[in-house]
Design a protein around this ligand. Structure first.
Ligand code: ADP
Ligand code: MG
Length: 265
């Protein structure tokens, strides 16, 4: 390679780094050679480079959104067996996966016993939302309440609440397993009130509405929370058996019905 060209490549690499165009930096030389062979003109070359950078940028952003959402496990609709849980409204789940509810700031409530796929479905909805460019955060309710209380003690509550208000979708998993303290319930209510009509909230719960007072304490707070959550809301109910339990039973059945090998005579 002539000396002048080497110098210009080094300079170009430096500029591409300053401009934060890592994919163009990685691909420009290879693609230049290919475009020269294929007789692609300069603008065609530049177009291909820009396209590569854009695709990669979107992929990196999607990865960042997934990481920031902090899903406990990676669950998608492909692995959800609707036949195993026929009470779940498949049509509604499919519609929600398209994400229009997010633009309308509507909420989703998933109600059902333990093991009926509530966490699975709320995660699948959250992952789909990330793929659609939305900012999502998944919390177990107790985890959020703890963080709110700690932030309050550290005089950091405003910052945490500001972070939450920037989301497009807040997932609150497992409302109902542990009763919240009075302060905890108030802080949770505050988050739900702030989210109201600004962002979508998905709540999963094992409790029928009439029992929410057990968790949130006061009737007044429960009424106000339900009022906001259910105002523009899609309700998914799972009334079937626990998938975990059935899965374990199936495996046990298979083990015990497995015919022992007959010894060769
Ligand atoms: P819940 O949150 O309602 O207690 P989970 O969503 O945690 O239940 O489900 C328990 C386990 O069973 C998870 O591993 C989940 O992926 C699986 N599961 C539940 N329902 C189904 C289903 N219909 N199809 C496939 N897997 C399921
Ligand atoms: Mg769960």
């Amino acid at each position: 390679m002539p000396k002048q060209e080497t110098k210009s490549v080094v300079l170009l690499q430096h500029h591409l780094k300053s401009l934060k165009l890592p994919t163009i930096l990685a691909e420009c030389e290879k693609l230049a050679a290919r475009c020269a062979t294929d007789n692609v003109d300069h603008l065609g070359y530049l177009l291909q480079l820009c396209e590569l950078e854009l695709i990669d940028r979107e992929r990196r952003a999607a990865e960042r959104r997934l990481k920031a959402a902090k899903f406990p496990t990676h669950k998608t609709l492909e692995t959800f067996d609707f036949k195993a849980q026929p009470s779940v409204n498949k049509l509604l789940v499919t519609e929600l996966m398209r994400g229009e509810y997010l633009d309308k700031r509507e909420n989703v409530l998933l109600v059902g016993n333990s093991g009926t796929g509530k966490t699975h479905l709320s995660t699948a909805l959250g992952i789909a939302a990330c793929g659609q460019g939305k900012r999502v955060r998944f919390f177990q309710v107790t985890e959020l309440i703890t963080q709110l209380m700690e932030a309050r003690e550290d005089r950091d509550l405003t910052r945490l609440k500001r972070q939450l208000s920037k989301l497009d979708l807040l997932i609150l998993d497992e409302l109902g397993y542990v009763p919240a303290s009075k302060l905890g319930a108030e802080l949770l209510f505050d988050v739900i009130s702030t989210a109201y009509e600004r962002l979508s909230v998905i709540v999963t719960t094992n409790l029928p509405f009439e029992n929410w007072t057990e968790v949130l304490g006061s009737e007044r707070l429960t009424g106000a929370t339900l009022d906001r959550l259910t105002h523009r809301c899609h309700i998914l109910e799972a009334t079937g058996d626990s998938f975990r339990l059935r899965d374990a039973k199936d495996r046990r059945m298979k083990r015990s019905s497995g015919t022992p090998k007959t010894p060769k005579k």
